[in-house]
Design a protein around this ligand. Sequence first.
Ligand SMILES: Nc1ccn([C@@H]2O[C@H](COP(=O)(O)OP(=O)(O)OP(=O)(O)O)[C@@H](O)[C@H]2O)c(=O)n1
Ligand SMILES: [Ca+2]
Length: 510
Amino acid sequence: MEDTKDSELKRCCSKNILIILGFSFLIAIIALIAVGMTQNKPLPENIKYGVVLDAGSSHTSIYIYAWPAEKENDTGVVRQLDECTVKGPGISKQAEYLDDLEMYMSECMEKAMHVIPQSHHQDTPVYLGATAGMRLLSAENRTQARIIMDKVTHTLNKFPFDLRGARIITGEEEGAYGWITINYLMGEFTQKSSWFNFNTDENSFETSGALDLGGASTQITFQPFLNDTYESPKNMLYFYLYGKYYSVYTHSFLCYGKDQALLQKLAKGIQGTNGILYDPCFHDGYERVMNMSDIFKTSCTQKFYMAYPFNQIKIIGAGNYDKCYASLHELFNTSFCFYSSCSFNGVYLPKLKGNFGAFSAFYYVLEFLNFTSSEVPNKDTLANILREFCSRPWNELKKQYKNIKENYLSEYCFAGTYILTLLHKGYHFTMDTWNRVHFMDKIQNSSVGWSLGYMLNLTNMIPAEQPVSRPLSNSTYVFLMVFFSLILVVVVILALLIFHKPSYIWKDIA
Ligand SMILES: Nc1ccn([C@@H]2O[C@H](COP(=O)(O)OP(=O)(O)OP(=O)(O)O)[C@@H](O)[C@H]2O)c(=O)n1
Ligand SMILES: [Ca+2]
């Protein structure tokens, strides 16, 4: 009797323990799931902003960038949010209007203030980089260049952002940052170099070259073959990005931007004339009068300077592509080279390698000529397009392209021919390599140019090492935690039941 009572008590006790264990088990699961879900709730994204002013020779552009703060070291996360073109010429032509600089910048800076939330204004870095226009002015009149840069700094400080500097960047920087921009936007820096990839071929991690054509200078930048990296150290840049070394060739040709090249061509063309220049790079029926002082005020034309008995020249269009091409050839001196190979004017150029992204005026001009969408984008196709375009009378063109600025329109024949000459005669792109040049303006809505690369570098957003990523995603982590906790709870319960060895269990089992 006593025995039956005792065993009933034990049975009742064990039932209670089991209920308590089961209950605790349930609570534990619910708690784990709740923690997991709270942890996994997406946090509001913390966005950072940055502004770069590209103070070019012909105009100033403002680019506004944004990126999620947590991911700033990943490649490809910085995106262009907006851009604004400042009305008016480049800052190097503002010497006489320094007091108007605030007005000049205000429209675009106000746009930046509008696009970037007010709470972020104070911690948004702003950088201004001036390029070839200011480089030329600085070489011609250092004091005037300094006055302009000081005034620009003073003006930018009036806006509520964090101005981190306004400076004239070098041609090498311009080339390098353009190259970084293209490859960053294309995700080339983080092409997976997995442990099972035994391919040591240097082409397996090919980056894209960068070709920039501005108003006053032009840059060529690319990763040459390894053997070609020793010949001219002054043209080489070395980067260690995302865990990989890059040896990059770059050269910037001052005076070979579209506008300065035209001035060179005119300065050369008027030699031996009476002040009237019949120019095959302009359309039939087109006329332009220019002051001699405007042609010779830049250092780019000094080598053609002579004393002339007239103050102005009259350009009369004689639309002829082949003659235009021949006259532009003369700007590229390929008669001497002290290296194994040169582009022009004795400048070292390694063998061209890989694809090239060509932007700025390369794109604007060839886009206008419909060459960027051409099915066979080679030199002959471009020559044929230009042959036809250059021969068209000016009056007819003006009627057809009413919306295009007359200044741009009148120069597309010259500019297209200049681009063809630069790529062919200057950089030696042949029939075989021509199709490796891709004319581009934007990659995924971000403008291709030096400004993005400049900001990435100055904000340390291109790390030397690959950022370490967590092996598991948050949700996998929580799932595994719950799963293994469950196993643990079950094991503990079983262990309690088995090792505690209450005699009735064994009896029941028996
Ligand atoms: N739709 C357009 C826009 C620009 N241009 C011309 O393209 C040239 C280069 O423009 P850009 O790349 O903006 O030159 P900048 O940056 O101002 O000059 P640099 O880089 O040399 O300082 C200029 O001659 C400009 O007149 C053009 O022909 N068509
Ligand atoms: Ca430029």
